[in-house]
Design a protein around this ligand. Sequence first.
Ligand SMILES: *[C@@H]1O[C@H](CO)[C@@H](O)[C@H](O)[C@H]1NC(C)=O
Ligand SMILES: *[C@@H]1O[C@H](CO)[C@@H](O)[C@H](O)[C@H]1NC(C)=O
Ligand SMILES: *[C@@H]1O[C@H](CO)[C@@H](O)[C@H](O)[C@H]1NC(C)=O
Ligand SMILES: *[C@@H]1O[C@H](CO)[C@@H](O)[C@H](O)[C@H]1NC(C)=O
Ligand SMILES: *[C@@H]1O[C@H](CO)[C@@H](O)[C@H](O)[C@H]1NC(C)=O
Ligand SMILES: *[C@@H]1O[C@H](CO)[C@@H](O)[C@H](O)[C@H]1NC(C)=O
Length: 286
Amino acid sequence: MAQARCPLPSLLLVLVAVVLLVPRAAGYPWQVCGNTGSFTANSTYQANLALLAIALPKNISSSPDLFATTIVGAIPELVSALALCRGDANATTCSACLVTAFQDVQNVCSLDRSAAIYYDPCILYYSNDDSFLSSADNVASASTNRINLRNVTSDPARFNRLVGALVNATAEYAAYNSTRRYASGEADFDQEYPKVYSWAQCTPDLTPAQCRVCLAGIIAEMPRLFTDRVGGRVLGIRCSYRYEVFSFLNSPVMVQLAAESGNSGSPTPAMGPTSVTPSAAGGGEY
Ligand SMILES: *[C@@H]1O[C@H](CO)[C@@H](O)[C@H](O)[C@H]1NC(C)=O
Ligand SMILES: *[C@@H]1O[C@H](CO)[C@@H](O)[C@H](O)[C@H]1NC(C)=O
Ligand SMILES: *[C@@H]1O[C@H](CO)[C@@H](O)[C@H](O)[C@H]1NC(C)=O
Ligand SMILES: *[C@@H]1O[C@H](CO)[C@@H](O)[C@H](O)[C@H]1NC(C)=O
Ligand SMILES: *[C@@H]1O[C@H](CO)[C@@H](O)[C@H](O)[C@H]1NC(C)=O
Ligand SMILES: *[C@@H]1O[C@H](CO)[C@@H](O)[C@H](O)[C@H]1NC(C)=O
């Protein structure tokens, strides 16, 4: 009978452990509340933010590259903001995403003078410190990353090399071959995961070189963050990337890596738009 004593407690322990391992599962969208102080209810700062919340979703949908920056008010009640939609989003989705972003962020970061919030189709950042508007770097305190905790099992070393090369090639294309500083990519892997998909994007006001530097900075974190992981993303207000073993893109793939032959050498990027029908997104246990 000794065995009958502990199944329930140990089952609970396992459940607690599993829950702790996936703390972000219900976290979408991802906000990073700021550290630049707070404002009071009904203040001029809040009124300026409310003006932004009306104007920015309208303005961004009339911008051809779905990007907008703006300043409302004067110091010390100045609010500056940046909004960017993903390269494969349309104006309707973009504008709706920003309306939601302003609503959500004011609930989760309610009285913070600065905050970032990240969705699949859009990002929004605002701050009382407008220095980010003239910077080509991500605001470190507003950046975040997401890791899919599932590990690749079949050939991790080759998977890591492939993902590194794919994200690199996607970053290269976004910086140098797209005026919108956006690219999507795809590579073949193996039977466990036939395809790996990627995305990289900068704000379109960056020069190609600035965009590449920004992306290189966050790509350098890949070994630390994503070794063996089947998916991940680093999100910043100036540049971001993501990779997954399922398709999450709404546009034709722009970068295609040829399959790696043998175990040595890196895959050769074969660039140029190709028409690939995106499959429905699956997985994504963030
Ligand atoms: C802010 O204004 C609203 C509506 O006028 C009011 O209900 C609320 O009490 C005010 N809050 C503060 C802190 O003044
Ligand atoms: C929105 O765009 C209009 C026209 O370009 C501009 O006058 C206005 O200042 C913008 N508003 C904001 C909040 O960006
Ligand atoms: C915009 O994109 C959304 C999501 O992909 C899609 O459902 C919608 O039909 C698109 N709207 C237009 C006008 O293309
Ligand atoms: C995945 O791999 C990492 C690093 O090797 C390890 O720490 C982690 O426990 C593994 N996670 C799972 C779910 O297997
Ligand atoms: C990505 O590109 C950088 C700069 O060109 C290079 O140093 C790095 O080795 C590349 N990484 C991979 C995995 O290809
Ligand atoms: C990408 O840009 C580079 C540098 O401008 C150019 O040499 C290359 O041909 C372009 N590739 C594609 C596929 O457009």
